[in-house]
Design a protein around this ligand. Structure first.
Ligand SMILES: CC(=O)N[C@H]1[C@@H](OP(=O)(O)OP(=O)(O)OC[C@H]2O[C@@H](n3ccc(=O)[nH]c3=O)[C@H](O)[C@@H]2O)O[C@H](CO)[C@@H](O)[C@@H]1O[C@H](C)C(=O)N[C@@H](C)C(=O)N[C@H](CCC(=O)O)C(=O)O
Ligand SMILES: Nc1ncnc2c1ncn2[C@@H]1O[C@H](COP(=O)(O)OP(=O)(O)OP(=O)(O)O)[C@@H](O)[C@H]1O
Ligand SMILES: N[C@H](CCC[C@H](N)C(=O)O)C(=O)O
Ligand SMILES: [Mg+2]
Length: 491
């Protein structure tokens, strides 16, 4: 594509020399990936400044540079007010605005995003629609899996991915939208048709200045729900009526609102909820009818996830019997409330709870069904919200009979100081918890403790298959370690 065409969506920019006739083969934001014919966009990051890599980009063959700060180079430089926003617009233009064609659902909220996207994935598949899913676990197009680094990728990878979905005839795209992504502008330029809000509780206060700032970032998704529409469909904000933040979120969209809830009156509701150790049943009330659901998903929080997914499916014209069939066919979501082995006389569950609220939800659910003791293995991630650490430790001690505090992904932090943050100031009998820095040892210890009818919850890492210590990601899978520990104990 001609550079002048790539820049068409920009209202103003200033080029240092003529850009007529320049052909762009691809856009890059990492100088190390630049090839002959690349347009290099300089992003001032959290770690380094892309503007410092212009020479490397030129050496690798960049034909032009996009910058928001002064740089010098031997190829034309185009100065713009904001490189990140510009990147999103250029990527949308370069990949021919794929989300104008593919219907797109975005899911935001502190907890439940991944779960809701996979519920929707199953619902649309059962409705014979080919799906593309982007989120924490991976990117999936049809049956093809692509590993990704972020829950919501940068604007470039995102638009490339949507283009790939379009080329592979995807009927429905579904993505998690993190607060970081909204704040940085990774989803700027995405044409969402449906935006879902799950809930808001404390997380990411390392990044956002306050919970209000965190909420403001989430709100951007609903403010972004635009006025364009796919023929025959309308845009919808799907909102959890039982969450206190919903009022503000409802006020932040100009589009239709479809609410869901259990406690408060909503458009999509659950009544007659029965929670049991093997699953959940409830009556699903919707504007298109009422139907009973018997799901294998456990816990009230999953009723909310099913309501959110059902509301979005209804807004996408999926019939109620397909929704029921899909919800009832789902056995679980990778690394969420996932049982490990099953022959042993005690239960071992791996879960991705890594916020105070999600940990409380999972432990409260377990407490409802526990016949004997609950053991929990939990740590907190390094380089992440420090203020959630003592809250998570407190929740663990409130609900479990015994806690083992250990490492999650320490990243660049000292694991022992993360553990100190967790336990400093907590007011519990020292005999109720142990501190074992090594996660494998901690898992072995919890399983050693477990007797018949006990439950061991291994929380925080769910589907993750690595543990990041410093800058190195070591192979580590809670489920495999737990299996090993059970085998060692039971042989
Ligand atoms: C804090 C944050 O969001 N960081 C993201 C950011 O990295 P960064 O700002 O540190 O990038 P940087 O290393 O400073 O580089 C700046 C620029 O220079 C370029 N560069 C760099 C080196 C070089 O040699 N040449 C070069 O051109 C880089 O390509 C980049 O364009 O941009 C990267 C590329 O898009 C992201 O992968 C990275 O996410 C990191 C891995 C991360 O951990 N992010 C977390 C906080 C995050 O975003 N989490 C959310 C929510 C999670 C959830 O709750 O589900 C998510 O959506 O994942
Ligand atoms: N609706 C919910 N409300 C509260 N907790 C939930 C909810 N759904 C799931 N959880 C808990 O939160 C954990 C994470 O769920 P999930 O991965 O679906 O959330 P997420 O929003 O995608 O998280 P992340 O921010 O890491 O991407 C689950 O393992 C479960 O313990
Ligand atoms: N997407 C979340 C995941 C946290 C998972 C937990 N295992 C950790 O590493 O803190 C984050 O980056 O904050
Ligand atoms: Mg997620």
């Amino acid at each position: 594509m001609k550079l002048t065409e790539v820049l068409l969506s920009l209202t103003f920019y200033e080029a240092t020399s003529s850009i007529e006739g320049i052909e762009v083969n691809n856009i890059e934001i990492d100088s190390r990936n630049v090839k002959p014919g690349s347009l290099f966009v300089c992003i001032d990051g959290f770690t380094v400044d892309g503007h410092d890599y212009v020479q490397q980009a030129v050496d690798n063959g960049a034909i032009a540079i996009i910058a928001e700060k002064k740089v010098t180079s031997s190829v034309p430089t185009i100065f713009v007010p904001n490189s990140s926003r510009t990147l999103a617009m250029l990527a949308v233009t370069f990949y021919n605005n794929p989300t104008r064609t593919i219907p797109l659902i975005g899911v935001t909220g502190t907890n439940g995003k991944t779960t809701v996207t996979y519920l929707l994935d199953t619902i649309f598949n059962k409705h014979h629609k080919k799906t593309g899913v982007i989120g924490t676990i991976q990117m999936k197009i049809g049956e093809e899996i692509y590993p990704i680094e972020n829950t919501t990728p940068d604007a470039l990878l995102l638009q490339q991915s949507f283009k790939k979905m379009l080329d592979q005839h995807v009927d429905q795209a579904i993505m998690e939208v993190s607060s970081h992504a909204l704040d940085i502008g990774r989803v700027y330029g995405c044409d969402f048709d449906i935006a879902i809000f799950t809930n808001l509780s404390q997380d990411h206060l390392d990044y956002h200045n306050s919970i209000d700032d965190y909420l403001r970032a989430k709100i951007l998704l609903f403010a972004q729900l635009g006025n364009t529409y796919h023929e025959g469909t309308q845009k919808y904000a799907i909102i959890n009526e039982d969450d206190p933040s919903s009022k503000l979120i409802k006020q932040s969209t100009a589009q239709h609102v479809l609410t869901y809830g259990y406690k408060n009156d909503a458009d999509v509701m659950a009544t007659h909820v029965k929670l049991h150790a093997e699953g959940t049943s409830f009556l699903l009330w919707t504007p298109i009818g009422t139907i009973d659901i018997n799901s294998r998903l456990i816990g009230m929080f999953n009723v909310y996830n099913m309501l959110a997914a059902s509301a979005a499916a209804i807004a996408s014209n999926v019939p109620l019997d397909i929704i029921k069939y899909a919800l009832e066919s789902i056995k679980g979501v990778n690394g969420r409330f996932e049982p490990v082995a099953t022959e042993q006389p005690y239960a071992v569950i791996v879960d991705y709870a890594h916020t105070p609220d999600s940990l409380e939800n999972v432990l409260a659910t377990m407490k409802d069904f526990a016949k004997k003791n609950i053991y929990v293995v939990i740590g907190c991630g390094g380089d992440r919200d420090r203020t959630k650490r003592p809250l998570m430790a407190t929740v663990a001690l409130q609900y479990a009979d015994h806690a083992i505090f250990t490492s999650d992904n320490p990243r660049s932090e000292d694991p022992q100081s993360i553990l100190d943050d967790m336990i400093t100031g907590i007011d519990y009998d020292r005999r109720k918890y142990e501190v074992i820095e090594d996660r494998k040892e901690a898992i072995y210890k919890a399983i050693e403790h477990a007797q018949a009818d006990d439950i061991v919850l291994i929380a925080g890492k769910g589907h993750e298959t690595y543990q990041q210590i410093g800058h190195v990601k070591y192979d580590f899978d809670d489920r495999r370690i737990a299996e090993e520990a059970i085998r060692t104990k039971e042989k």
